[in-house]
Design a protein. Structure first.
Length: 232
């Protein structure tokens, strides 16, 4: 399976979606910072599974209709930072969908995630990530799970990896940095958290209108060997 994740930078990059999907042929598309009311129902053969509805800048997940069938979805508001309390940009920071893989005959859980901004502490983001993984376990108990998105975690990734590993997940970074807007904050921001999946290439795609670069994840089902951190 291939999963594409993209932070649209306040919806500025929405016009790039059709070209990105056509060129990279993902099975699942996860979006952050989208104006949900302006998102299409379909993008180049992908159907919108779910989207948040309480955010000024929301999340959305699309899936390939001839590969998956939508089973269930969940959106969740996580522990708030001061930025969230004052400016209220995002109430829901997790959107998870459970899909039935038609060919494999099994369920898989996919999620789009957007952590609190850099004004918050890493400890708060770790708390958000832990809560998100727990919510996804309730959505799809024991199923292969992939959570992708903007983690806003440019430094001390090893500590984040330890926290993720404690919950039986792998943390994978892409092959090059994914955020370029500010000189002193450039780096890897868009991560992959997975369970019961073998993660192959995680490719950073060329930059478009967003300050985040899209990432393309290649994954396959596996059993056992959970809890391994991959910092590429």
């Amino acid at each position: 399976m291939k999963v594409l994740s993209y932070n649209l930078r306040k919806h500025a990059a929405v016009g790039e979606l059709a070209r990105l999907v056509e060129r990279n042929e993902p099975d699942v598309l996860c979006l952050q910072e989208a104006d949900v009311s302006d998102l299409p129902d379909r993008v180049q053969g992908l159907r919108q599974a779910a989207a948040t509805d309480k955010n000024r800048l929301g999340l959305a997940v699309y899936y390939r209709e001839n590969t998956y069938r939508l089973v269930d979805s969940v959106s969740l508001g996580l522990k708030k930072s001061l930025h969230d309390i004052v400016l209220r940009p995002a109430h829901e920071r997790l959107l998870g969908v459970q899909l039935h893989d038609i060919d494999a005959g099994r369920e898989v859980t996919m999620a789009s995630f957007h952590a609190a901004p850099l004004t918050a502490l890493n400890s708060l983001r770790r708390s958000q990530i832990t809560s998100a993984l727990q919510a996804l376990e309730q959505l799809g108990p024991g199923t292969p799970t992939l959570m992708v998105g903007d983690y806003n975690y440019p430094i001390f990734k090893e500590r984040l990896g330890d926290r993720v590993r404690e919950h039986g997940y792998d943390l994978t970074l892409s092959d090059s940095r994914t955020y370029t807007r500010y000189r002193y904050f450039r780096g890897h921001y868009d991560f992959v958290t997975s369970r019961q999946l073998s993660i192959g290439d995680v490719q950073t795609l060329p930059q478009g209108s967003s300050d985040h670069l899209p990432i393309l994840v290649e994954a396959d089902y596996r059993s056992g060997m959970t809890g391994r951190i991959q910092l590429v």
